[in-house]
Design a protein around this ligand. Structure first.
Ligand SMILES: *Cc1c(COP(=O)(O)O)cnc(C)c1O
Length: 417
C-alpha cells in the first residue's frame, strides 16, 4: 500500500481565484516535511486487533476444514454482534452492499425509496441494482443527515420506504424520520455502515427501524477484511435474509426462495471477532486522535472539526473538517491539494454527492435543485487520517500544514512569514 512516489493530484477546479500556496519542497522550506509524516497518511487505514488471536483462529479454521457456509466462526461472530448491539439477530454477509440488497429484497421494496444523496454510492446502488429508483432528499447542514421535512416533500404513491444513513456514525434524526414514515405508512431502514458501536439517546444503533445495515469493510471501525451484517429484532425477516444469502437453500436439496450468494467466510469472521475484542482500544485511539485534531485546529477561522455528542457512545472513526470558503482564503479543494502534496491523503467525502454520479446524474438531471445543503456540504467537507497508524506527532504535523495553508493563503496575514 505504501508508496514513496508523490501521489497524483486530483483534477482541481478552484471555485474562485486563490492566493498561491507556498511551494511544497521549496529551498526556503516554507512547508518542510515534518517528523511523523515519513509515509503517506491515509484515511481509512485498517485497524488491527491481536495478531496472535487472529492467527490462532485461522489455524483452528484450517484444521477444521470448514471455510464458509455458516461455519462456527460466522455463528460465533453473529452471536457476539447481536449481544454487542442488543438485537435478536445480526445476519452477516460478504459485505454491506450485498447485505443491503438482501434486506431491500426481503422487505419487498419497489418503486421509489427516499435516501440521502450525501452518502456512499452503495446506498443508492443497492436499490438501483434491483430497479428501484432512489429519490434523493436533502440533509440538515448541521448534522449532515437526512432532513425529515425534505423527506415529506418527496413522498409519492410509488414510495415504498425511507433509508437513512448515519453519516460519520452520528445517528439520523430517528424520531423525525419515523414520524414522517408513520404518517405515510412506510418502513424505515438505516445504512449504519459508519455507526457500529454508536448510540442514539443511549440506545445502540442497530436496533432502530425495520433493520440496520453495518459494514465491516477494512476501512471501517469494526473490520472483517470485507463484511457486513443486517441487525434486526424481526425473527421472520432474519430467517428470510438467511435463506436469501445462501441461494434460498433450506437444508441440502431444498430451495425455497430466490437467493444470491451473500455469505461471509470463516476467515472474515475470524478477523471480525478479533476486531470486536479490540474495539475499546480502537475507540480510545480514535478518540485521542479526534481530540488532538480539535486542539490542533482550534482557533483557525473557517475551519471546524465536526462534534460528537459527548453523552452518547461514539466510535470517532471519522475526523471531519468543514472548510468555509467565505471565512478563509483557501477553499476545501486547495487545502486537499496542499495536504496531498505533503503525503497527507485527506479525502473529500461524499463529493460530489450521489446525485452527481452515474447513472443517477443522467436519470435525474434536476435532482440537485432540491439538494442545496447536500451540494454545499459536499464542497466543504474534508476527512483527515486517523486510527492506530496515525500518531499524535503526525496529527500535530497535519494541523500545522492546515494552519499554514489557511494563514499563508489569507489576505489578512501578509506578514506572517
Ligand atoms: C462503506 C459503506 C457502504 C458499503 O459497505 P461495503 O461493506 O463496502 O459494501 C455503504 N454505505 C456507507 C455509508 C458506507 O460508508
Amino acid at each position: 500500500m505504501a508508496t514513496s512516489a508523490a501521489p497524483s493530484l486530483p483534477h482541481l477546479v478552484p471555485t474562485r481565484p486563490l492566493r498561491p500556496l507556498p511551494p511544497t519542497d521549496g529551498p526556503d522550506g516554507m512547508a518542510p516535511r515534518v517528523d511523523g509524516l515519513a509515509a503517506p497518511l491515509l484515511v481509512g487505514r485498517p485497524n488491527l486487533g491481536d495478531r496472535d488471536r487472529l492467527m490462532a483462529r485461522i489455524a483452528e479454521m484450517l484444521d477444521r476444514r470448514w471455510f464458509s457456509n455458516n461455519g462456527p466462526l460466522v455463528q460465533e461472530f453473529e452471536r457476539a454482534l447481536a449481544a454487542h448491539v442488543g438485537v435478536r439477530h445480526c445476519v452477516t454477509a460478504c459485505n454491506a452492499t450485498i447485505a443491503m440488497e438482501i434486506a431491500v429484497r426481503a422487505l419487498g421494496l419497489r418503486g421509489e425509496v427516499i435516501i440521502p444523496a450525501f452518502t456512499f454510492v452503495a446506498t443508492a446502488h443497492a436499490l438501483r441494482w434491483q430497479e428501484i429508483v432512489p429519490v434523493f432528499a436533502d440533509i440538515d447542514p448541521r448534522t449532515h443527515n437526512l432532513d425529515p421535512d425534505a423527506i415529506t416533500r418527496l413522498v409519492t404513491p410509488r414510495t415504498s420506504a425511507i433509508v437513512g444513513t448515519h453519516v460519520w456514525g452520528r445517528p439520523c434524526d430517528i424520531e423525525g424520520i419515523e414520524a414522517v414514515a408513520r404518517r405515510h405508512g412506510l418502513p424505515v431502514l438505516y445504512d449504519a455502515a459508519h455507526a457500529f458501536g454508536c448510540t442514539h439517546r443511549g440506545r445502540m444503533v442497530g436496533g432502530f427501524g425495520r433493520c440496520e445495515v453495518f459494514s465491516f469493510h477494512a476501512t471501517k471501525f469494526l473490520n472483517s477484511f470485507e463484511g457486513g451484517a443486517v441487525a434486526t429484532d424481526d425473527d421472520a425477516l432474519a430467517e428470510q435474509m438467511r435463506l436469501m444469502r445462501n441461494f434460498g437453500f433450506q437444508g441440502f436439496d431444498h430451495v425455497t426462495h430466490l437467493g444470491t450468494n451473500g455469505k461471509m467466510t470463516e476467515v472474515c469472521a475470524a478477523m471480525g471477532l478479533t476486531s470486536l475484542e479490540a474495539l475499546e482500544e480502537i475507540v480510545a485511539v480514535n478518540r485521542r486522535n479526534y481530540l488532538a485534531y480539535r486542539e490542533g485546529l482550534a482557533g483557525i477561522t473557517g475551519v471546524e472539526v465536526i462534534r460528537y455528542d459527548p453523552v452518547e457512545r461514539n466510535n470517532y472513526q471519522y475526523v471531519v473538517v468543514e472548510v468555509d470558503p467565505d471565512a478563509c482564503a483557501v477553499d476545501r479543494d486547495a487545502l486537499v491539494a496542499h495536504l496531498h502534496a505533503h503525503q497527507v491523503m485527506a479525502r473529500k467525502y461524499f463529493w460530489p454527492g450521489v446525485h452527481r454520479m452515474q447513472p443517477y446524474r443522467a436519470e435525474q438531471p434536476n435532482a440537485r435543485m432540491l439538494l442545496p445543503h447536500t451540494e454545499r456540504v459536499a464542497e466543504r467537507v474534508l476527512v483527515l487520517p486517523t486510527g492506530q497508524q496515525t500518531s499524535p506527532a503526525a496529527i500535530a504535523a497535519v494541523c500545522a500544514l492546515i494552519r499554514e495553508a489557511i494563514v499563508v493563503g489569507a489576505p489578512a496575514a501578509p506578514a506572517s512569514h
